[in-house]
Design a protein around this ligand. Structure first.
Ligand SMILES: Cc1cc2nc3c(=O)[nH]c(=O)nc-3n(C[C@H](O)[C@H](O)[C@H](O)COP(=O)(O)OP(=O)(O)OC[C@H]3O[C@@H](n4cnc5c(N)ncnc54)[C@H](O)[C@@H]3O)c2cc1C
Length: 1011
């Protein structure tokens, strides 16, 4: 009875609360009246365009993309061209834009000029609507006006995308200049709400700034958690000092989820720093669309109590919803956000409850444009008797004028979040706001353009959720759609460094592996370890006196033994049912997953791979195992060919025989594993020669296959010196196939030797050779440099440029050249170089002394053929070479033609896009390429004319993913089908056809003549 009583009371209280919220909501809407936010006001260009974009999704995408590129369209010609490319061809483009295009006539220069001018002006005005001022004096003037209307403010400096430390310093400078201006101005501002305390509403500092922390350290990355927190804090402290000096408030904004834990830790360190401990006006934002938000709020409140440090939380739903969802799906992570809007609304109210219940230690800033969410705060605060000075309301400047006015009337404590700064940076902000305003789920859209029923708008989130469930609308297709291909294949998830457990696993694995260094590794032939007297030391390239392993080297005798063993094993293996063969690959994948961090650690130490590079390599190895196994299942069934009656034709495959796999050191597990797995699953037996620079990682592949229980002799581990056993292996008459990945010189040599056929050889040797590249990335005149610069740094210098897919030529259009180069050089100056085991180092050592020597020779050549514009200091111990950026290189230069395999980048200036394509295609290689462009026509042209195996638009040239981007090139980049693609396995087999005449004296099996 008592239990029912408690429950009933709760229900009654809840319904009383809901009743009061409804009343409040009605009052709110009465205050709003018929007024519309200017963004939705159809009397204006913006309102019309917004209306059209909400009615027409493809137009919305084009429009927002056009807005995104607009600041880069600095000439009449580019503006006109883009307008035409984006809008002229679409029949559905609303009259608001098309009118101008049609009547002026695309060809008419004058018309185009006029149209371009009008569209630019209108879009710039649209952006300016959200920006409080471009300069400090303008900002101060406009803030004064807002304060006169009764609004407080928090300022945010636009341009948070900093790609270099210089830009991060400049960003801090902007804040400091702004704070100087505000310090002076605030002397003359009367406090809001009257009184002479000098505080708004009697308690709140007048100057309030919001800071995006990732902008304060260009190299911030969750893998380097400590480094990121430390560096951001270094730049945040002077800002905070200034804020304290003028008695202001500082709020740390929350950004993408990858920075969340960094930001929380940053806040805790700042708030508890001896210098700021006694200063209460420091806050941070918490995003409730994250499923972890309840935990986040609780943790912050607990911390506040434990430390006896009052805190302030700005509760927001979160501005990166679409981004987080897409990113999680692309990376194979669980979706971190709620996927039903009402779930986020409910989390918001739970967060409000929790903070208001703890109002003695936590101040609440309710940041929302949702009437229901704000009314909930008002009524909940009343119910809990929370004093006014413990909560306030915040809205975005320019977002919802009638809403903010009504909110002010009802609460008297409204703060506007005011971005300030340059229009260029403002465009990215504008897109975020437009996306938010035009999303189907947006409260503002539902209120002001769809006129949704008031009761519905004010409905409690749990009721809303129940209703959606009853209507079957509580599922999000984007979040739930299965990503597995028909065969059931999905890529191994990428590493999520936000997870402290992942970071810990890396450290632990490296420590563990270090305990195992220096062991001796034997060959493995016919299921047995075989030692030889010839042993080489494999060393850590960052610390050459550290021996990773001592590896026995095969001579001709051992190669012959391995071939004999493979021949024997082949008799059984080739007739082992393909499905059974696939099981070994699936098992090996399982083992690799279990030993993932250990496998990474070996690569970090033996190959000098950074954490994420090593992880990607291991994940790719797992992908190859899973993908090829599934592909084999599809290929295993004999296919019936033709449909004529009386004849049965079956098409099927058999393995070629013995395969030599000659692997490189740069993807020491992934490429080895890919080539071996393909050969094994198709029924061949393998003689595997790992690279002499990474034989210990090669041995880990052997361990995977042993643990998977692969039958004896199917896989033989035969490391050896190329000079001793290389030709013997390649020339061996019993080999049917050679799978090779490595340099062009060695590849061509193998192809040539494999083409010689001695009389005792029974089949023509097949060679699959992936050889190299001289890959170009084109920077078009409208490229987004915020994206392009970091991606070029990554493609050119990631893993020290030692990838066949690495960018070694960046071809830049003249009009953007100087801007690009300046930012590229600043970004290059910002990266840290050192041992790969320290996650704060972006770049490490090259693989060995001989590689270093060759790269240094190319650096000398760079100085002769062009002008070196950037080089840097490198650690003394280890095989390091500096990042080298060289200008003035022409297509005929050796630097533009030869693969260097190191961090040397040529920057080449071209006059137009056509020339860029010509130069990109001007080498003997055709492996990868990329373009940063926002011109649909240029991208279309490149699809056709940029002739490489893997072409990427608006992303870097490295990082192909199994199945999604089958990898491999042509010309001198290699022969054979793409790895990780649907044709790859076919190369390891011979097709056969068996035809049976099924008609005997006119009698034909019934099923053959059935329709
Ligand atoms: C003063 C102020 C400061 C801000 N600071 C930050 C900040 O530091 N960091 C930050 O990320 N954002 C910040 N924002 C932006 C804020 O996150 C968005 O403006 C806010 O999410 C919009 O919510 P709303 O209540 O106004 O509108 P509503 O229309 O009620 O909510 C829209 C929000 O719901 C969520 N949503 C939309 N669709 C779904 C779905 N299908 N499933 C689940 N959830 C969904 C998204 O978060 C979306 O933004 C700030 C906003 C203000 C006003």
């Amino acid at each position: 009875m008592l239990f029912i009583g408690v429950q009933e009371r709760a229900v009654m209280e809840n319904s009383r609360l809901e009743g009061r919220i409804l009343e409040r909501g009605r009052e709110f809407f009465r205050h709003i009246g018929d007024e519309k936010p200017s963004i939705f006001n159809k009397n204006w260009w913006t309102g019309k365009v917004m209306d059209a974009s909400m009615a027409n999704e493809p137009f919305k995408v084009q429009l927002f993309r056009f807005i995104d590129v607009l600041p880069y369209l600095t000439t009449e010609e580019t503006l006109g061209r883009h307008l035409e490319e984006y809008f002229a061809k679409d029949e559905n483009v609303p009259a608001v834009l098309k009118w101008g295009i049609k009547t002026t006539g695309i060809g008419g220069r004058l018309g185009m000029k006029l149209l371009g001018k009008t569209v630019r002006k209108n879009i710039e005005n649209m952006a300016l609507q959200f920006i409080v001022g471009g300069t400090v004096p303008e900002t101060v003037k406009n803030l004064k006006k807002l304060r006169e209307q009764g609004f407080a403010f928090t300022l945010d400096v636009l341009g948070e995308t900093t790609v270099s430390e210089k830009e991060a310093d400049e960003y801090v400078e902007c804040y400091l200049r702004l704070l100087e201006g505000l310090q002076e101005a605030q002397q003359d501002w009367p406090a809001l709400g009257g009184g002479d305390s000098g505080f708004d509403w009697g308690h709140a500092p007048q100057v309030n700034v919001s800071v995006k922390p990732s902008a304060l350290y260009s190299q911030a990355h969750p893998a380097d958690f400590e480094g990121s927190v430390g560096h951001i804090l270094e730049r945040l402290k002077p800002l905070c000092r200034k804020v304290v000096e003028l008695g202001g408030f500082l709020c740390i904004d929350t950004e993408m989820r990858k920075y969340k834990e960094i930001i929380f830790e940053l806040y805790r360190r700042l708030r508890s720093d001896a210098e700021f401990k006694d200063y209460p006006h420091l806050g941070l934002a918490v995003q409730v669309y994250l499923k972890e938000s309840d935990k986040d709020v609780n943790a912050l409140l607990d911390w506040s109590r434990q430390q006896r440090l009052p805190i302030s939380i700005r509760l927001v739903k979160g501005a990166y919803w679409d981004y987080e969802l897409v990113l999680a799906r692309q990376n194979g992570w669980p979706v971190p956000t709620y996927t039903i809007k009402a779930q986020t609304d409910a989390a918001f109210e739970r967060g409000v409850d929790k903070i208001l219940q703890n109002h003695d230690t936590c101040h609440l800033a309710c940041a929302s444009h949702n009437v229901r969410s704000c009314c909930y705060v008002m009524e909940k605060a009343r119910e809990l008797k929370v004093p006014d000075d413990r909560y306030e309301f915040q809205v975005l400047f320019g977002m919802a004028e009638p809403f903010r006015k009504a909110l002010l009337k009802m609460t008297n404590r409204v703060r506007l979040y005011c971005p300030q700064g340059k229009l260029l940076a403002g465009m990215a902000y504008l897109i975020r706001r437009l996306l938010e305003n035009t999303s189907n789920e947006s409260f503002l859209r539902q209120t002001f353009t769809e006129g949704r029923q008031l009761e519905r708008l004010l409905e409690s989130p749990p009721t809303n959720l129940e209703r959606l469930a009853a209507e079957g609308k509580d599922k999000s297709p984007l979040a739930e759609i299965t990503l597995a291909s028909k065969s059931g294949f999905t890529n191994e998830p990428f590493v999520d460094y936000t997870n402290v457990g992942v970071r810990q696993s890396f450290y632990e694995a490296i420590t563990e592996v270090k305990k195992q260094l220096g062991k001796t590794y034997s060959l493995h032939i016919k299921g047995k370890d075989v030692s030889t007297a010839d042993i080489i030391d494999s060393v850590n390239p960052a610390q050459p006196n550290q021996v990773i392993g001592r590896v026995c080297q095969a001579g001709r005798e051992q190669v012959q033994d391995a071939i004999t063993a493979s021949k024997e094993a082949f008799q059984t293996w080739r007739d082992t049912p393909p499905r059974q063969r696939t099981q070994y690959l699936f098992k090996a994948a399982e083992v690799a997953r279990r030993r993932k961090y250990e496998l990474c650690a070996w690569q970090v130490l033996e190959a000098g791979k950074q954490w994420n590079q090593a992880y990607n390599d291991v994940a790719e190895a797992i992908d190859f195992l899973e993908y090829y196994a599934r592909e084999m299942i599809a290929l295993a069934e004999p296919r019936k060919m033709g449909r004529v009656p009386g004849e049965d034709n079956r098409y099927f495959y058999q393995p070629k025989g013995l395969a030599a796999v000659i692997a490189p050191w740069n993807f020491p597990l992934a490429i080895s594993c890919g080539m071996c797995a393909a050969a094994i699953v198709t029924g061949n037996c393998v003689i595997y020669k790992p690279s002499h620079q990474t034989p210990v990682v090669g041995h880990t592949l052997l361990q995977l296959f042993i643990e998977a229980g692969l039958p004896v002799g199917v896989f033989n581990y035969v490391p050896g010196r190329g000079s001793v056993m290389g030709d013997f292996l390649v020339d061996h008459p019993d080999l049917a196939l050679i799978a090779f990945t490595g340099s062009m010189e060695v590849g061509l040599r193998i192809i040539e030797r494999a083409g010689r056929t001695p009389p005792n050889q029974s089949s023509v040797k097949k060679v699959i050779a992936e050889m190299g590249g001289k890959n170009a990335v084109i920077i078009d005149d409208d490229a987004d440099l915020d994206e392009a610069v970091p991606q070029i740094i990554d493609s050119a210098f990631g893993y020290q440029g030692q990838k066949c897919s690495a960018c070694s030529r960046v071809i830049v259009l003249d009009t953007i050249y100087d801007r690009f180069l300046k930012r590229l050089l600043d970004a290059a100056r910002s990266v840290k170089i050192g041992p790969a085991e320290d996650p704060s180092n972006f770049m490490g050592p090259v693989i060995d002394a001989s590689a270093r020597k060759i790269i240094y020779e190319y650096i000398k050549l760079a100085g002769r053929e062009g002008k070196i514009v950037y080089t840097c200091e490198v650690p003394e111990v280890g095989y390091y070479v500096p990042i080298t950026i060289v200008e003035g290189i022409m297509p005929q230069h050796r630097l533009a033609q030869e693969e260097i395999f190191g961090p040397v980048l040529s920057v080449m200036r071209v006059q137009d896009f056509k020339q860029a394509l010509d130069w990109a295609n001007s080498t003997r290689f055709a492996l990868t390429g990329a373009i940063f462009s926002r011109s649909p026509e240029h991208l279309q042209l490149a699809r056709q004319e940029f002739r490489v195996g893997n072409l990427y638009f608006n992303r870097g040239s490295t990082g192909a993913i199994v199945e999604r981007q089958p990898f491999g090139g042509f010309k001198m980049s290699g022969v054979g089908s793409k790895a990780g693609g649907p044709d790859y396995l076919l190369q390891f087999m011979d097709p056969r056809t068996v035809t049976e005449n099924t008609m005997r004296r006119g009698l034909v099996p019934v099923d053959e003549i059935a329709p």
